[in-house]
Design a protein around this ligand. Structure first.
Ligand SMILES: NC(=O)c1ccc[n+]([C@@H]2O[C@H](COP(=O)([O-])OP(=O)(O)OC[C@H]3O[C@@H](n4cnc5c(N)ncnc54)[C@H](O)[C@@H]3O)[C@@H](O)[C@H]2O)c1
Length: 416
């Protein structure tokens, strides 16, 4: 980020482009404060809060230190913000407090760099002091594939005990439209404090793509929408301090639905290309050649690639790492049910204890590759030695074109 002080004016926030303020998508719109219709005290609170955000004199707490929350902590700390990292998992917190990261995307060096500005804790009372609270907790699917927002309600309840005047609460977890206003807001109001009078509340979907070195928290554009007009403005000011581009939408529901559109778009297109891969196979065409050819069209087409599945969920709102895990687990479970002896290797998943599968990862050694009747590639990790797989395996079923993309082929290789 490299910015070391607050902007003197709002326009200065995006002063990195000498031609003016091009990236502020809500630019020029004025905020009608509730002074017109609500008590003056409420208007003062909002004024004070927005001034504090605009002058970059605020600090933050991140609730949930996983794939989304921890990179957010590091990004904000790098931008000069003091951040409390709060998680209910004492092991996660213990590791982070001693400088060890549980994620590939955040290194021990990253943690050391931001150590002067970060503090990791399991103590909920630490949420009282920071000005902006980010909720980054999981939203898995419950039995029956219903969205499970219990982690969000749990985090909201923790905040409610610590809520104070001037707090800005921002939900980042992926969820269905209406969660911010219909689920989180009523819980926060149990504190006796009120939206726009005491606190502000907004939604901004996290779009982080773990493992993607080009697009990180700081340069992925942000969509923000509030539970009130002032909340939208507050969220916009918050993200402009550490994210390159902020896109403002009219309300939290719009931001929630934008995330759902993104995930559904991805889900439908992967499902489509999976179906087409069967058609291609039936007529003797290589689907990867087809996609590569179609992708040369410079407009109106975006390539998606076939794989073992897209998560098996009817509502595609879960994190991408689960979208990987579910089809892999379905395959393992099916093979076990059919009587196969199964081992798995994955540099990022040391063990699996779900979907009826209980396995520990095994090293991908030459004897393990050569000893298996079939090596099934379900996800494409750079850390895997694909040469060893192509050369040593009796049979490879490659659902990701991992070998083809590396120019590896052979009579023992079957691509999807
Ligand atoms: N992982 C991704 O690629 C990705 C991308 C975009 C959006 N998302 C969304 O972001 C959200 C978080 O996903 P994630 O992958 O970071 O999850 P994660 O499982 O990696 O981490 C969540 C963390 O939250 C903690 N937690 C749970 N309840 C808590 C509570 N009440 N208080 C404090 N901490 C609590 C857990 O202990 C865990 O450490 C989800 O809604 C997910 O769908 C994820």
């Amino acid at each position: 980020m490299g910015r070391d002080g607050p902007p003197r004016t709002f326009a200065k926030t995006f002063g990195r482009d000498p031609r003016g303020p091009p990236r502020y998508s809500g630019g020029g719109r004025s905020l009608s404060l509730p002074s017109m219709r609500a008590p003056a005290l409420a208007a003062q609170m909002i004024e004070r809060t927005l001034e504090k955000l605009e002058s970059w004199s605020w600090d933050a707490a991140v609730i949930g230190l996983g794939y989304v929350g921890l990179p957010l902590v590091v990004t904000m700390a790098r931008a000069g913000i003091n951040v409390v990292g709060y998680d209910v998992d004492p092991i996660v917190v213990e590791h982070l407090a001693s400088g060890r990261s549980h994620l590939d995307d955040v290194t021990a060096e990253d943690l050391a760099e931001v150590a002067p500005r970060t503090r990791f804790t399991t103590e909920p009372s630490t949420l009282a002091s920071p000005d902006v609270l980010f909720i980054c907790v999981p939203t898995p699917l419950a039995v029956g594939k219903q969205p499970d927002v219990s982690f969000i309600t749990g985090a909201a309840e923790e905040i409610t005990h610590e809520l104070r005047a001037g707090h800005v609460v921002i939900l980042e977890s992926t969820t269905y439209p209406g969660t911010t206003e219909s689920t989180v807001l009523p819980i926060l109001e149990r504190s006796g404090l009120a939206l726009d009078k005491d606190f502000l509340l907004a939604y901004s979907p996290e779009r982080v793509d773990p493992g993607n070195a080009s697009f990180r928290t700081s340069n992925i554009p942000r969509v923000v929408g509030g539970a009130s007009e002032a909340s939208t403005k507050a969220a916009e000011l918050v993200y402009l301090r550490f994210v390159e581009k902020v896109h403002v939408v009219p309300n939290a529901r719009t931001a929630e639905m934008a995330k759902l559109l993104e995930n559904t778009f991805r889900w439908v297109n992967i499902a489509l290309v999976n179906e087409l891969s069967f058609v291609a196979r039936a007529i003797g065409v290589n689907i990867w050649d087809v996609i590569e050819a179609a992708a040369t069209k410079p407009f109106g087409f975006m390539p998606f690639y076939p794989g073992p599945g897209v998560g098996g969920h009817c509502i595609p709102l879960d994190p991408f790492y689960l979208q990987w895990a579910a089809p892999a687990l379905e395959c393992i479970r099916g093979l076990l049910a059919g009587g196969a002896a199964v081992t798995y290797a994955d540099p990022h998943v040391p063990s699996v204890r779900e979907h009826g599968v209980e396995l520990d990862a095994a090293p991908l050694t030459a004897p393990a590759i050569g000893g298996a009747d079939c090596v099934l590639i379900l996800t494409d990790h750079d850390a895997v030695d694909y040469n060893a797989v192509a050369q040593g395996a009796q049979l490879v079923v490659d659902t990701r074109n991992a070998l083809g993309r590396r120019g590896l082929s052979g009579g023992n290789v079957r691509a999807l």
